[in-house]
Design a protein around this ligand. Structure first.
Ligand SMILES: NC(=O)c1ccc[n+]([C@@H]2O[C@H](COP(=O)([O-])OP(=O)(O)OC[C@H]3O[C@@H](n4cnc5c(N)ncnc54)[C@H](OP(=O)(O)O)[C@@H]3O)[C@@H](O)[C@H]2O)c1
Length: 302
């Protein structure tokens, strides 16, 4: 999802000399193959949007690939970039790197100040290692490498699999399917009480472009809207947009995750970047895309 949005954004902005590989063409877990790729392409900039990504249940059920795949992918790319003198690396992490009970909104300085949310600690620990790789290269070799930590993202080309997807695409799919089935009740995970922030994927692509074209002062930046809503409010918004008219049932046997996860986005704002797409508009665009691509939407299996 994020990689395609960045590709479109760069093309729209006039960048032509772009190089990509799909996971079937290049397995980034393979150190030797990744090294050969970077050595032969000699890119000026490396943007790391590849990762093993998934929602709460997938993280909890399949801890090993969330730790191992992410460590391998980022280690191979960051180290090969450094060894080949790549001028800029942009590493994408996630807001789950911050401690579960950190004060809200989450500031970059709260990293490693307390225990993580246990359900996605595997993914978070890998991402924290990536942030520290970037920081170490900046400190020791004065590399112009940056880590961006986006909040929850959503948009076209998201994963709509009900087991591995994030909350927002899962809700779009559930409400849409229930409406099609005659407005059947929709069962949603958890209590509905946690608060979450969401950013439209085109906005994160814009933040990546901004980072690529700027000399930022720090190594780590949050990327979000700085605004959050409850999962219940999100469900009502999506129900309205999809036109579902049935009941909502909350399955409290499923985990809630962190009670609140709101980013402090002031560091990025001070550098001159801010988001533009409001949540309702972003969900409407995503639902339109979902309807137009219903038969081909991505369903990631772990
Ligand atoms: N989605 C979010 O809410 C969110 C929030 C914050 C941060 N982020 C960050 O944004 C980045 C991209 O996330 P996304 O939502 O775009 O995830 P995504 O749609 O699942 O994309 C991840 C991509 O990585 C590729 N990939 C996985 N393993 C690979 C491997 N071993 N070799 C080569 N490619 C591999 C996948 O290819 P295949 O599909 O072929 O496996 C896929 O194209 C991640 O770093 C994630 O942490 C995402």
């Amino acid at each position: 999802m994020v990689g395609s949005a960045i590709k479109l954004k760069l093309e729209e902005s006039g960048y032509k000399n772009l190089v990509y590989k799909t996971s079937s063409e290049l397995d980034l877990k393979n150190q030797a193959a990744t090294k050969v790729f970077i050595e032969s392409e000699k890119p000026d900039v490396v943007i790391i949007a590849a990762a093993r990504v998934g929602g709460i249940l997938a993280n909890d059920r399949y801890p090993y690939p969330f730790l191992y795949d992410n460590l391998q992918i980022q280690n191979n790319l960051i180290n090969a970039s450094h060894q080949n003198d790549v001028g800029k690396v942009i590493f994408l992490g996630s807001s789950c790197i911050y401690p579960k009970m950190a004060p809200q909104p989450l500031k970059e300085d709260y990293l490693l100040t307390g225990p993580l949310e246990p359900t996605n600690q595997w993914y978070a620990i890998a991402k924290i290692a990536g942030v520290k790789m970037v920081e170490a290269l900046r400190k020791q070799f004065d590399r112009n490498y940056v880590s961006l930590m986006p909040t929850n993202l959503y948009g076209p080309r998201d994963n709509f699999d009900l087991e591995t997807s994030h909350v927002l695409p899962a809700m779009i799919r559930k409400f849409h399917d229930a409406k099609e089935a005659g407005n059947k009740p929709v069962t949603l995970w958890g209590s509905g009480n946690p608060m979450r922030e969401f950013l439209y994927v085109e906005d994160v692509a814009d933040a990546v472009l901004f980072t690529m074209e700027s000399d930022l002062d720090e190594t780590l930046y949050n990327v979000g809207t700085g605004k959050d809503i409850t999962i219940k409010e999100l469900a009502e918004t999506i129900r309205e947009i999809t036109g579902h008219e049935g009941e909502i049932e909350w399955d409290s046997s499923k985990p809630d995750g962190t009670p609140r996860k709101l980013m402090d986005v002031s560091r990025m704002k001070e550098q001159g970047w801010t988001y533009t797409t409001e949540l309702k508009e972003g969900i409407e665009k995503t639902y339109r895309w979902f309807l137009e691509n219903r038969d081909e939407v991505r369903e990631v299996k772990v």
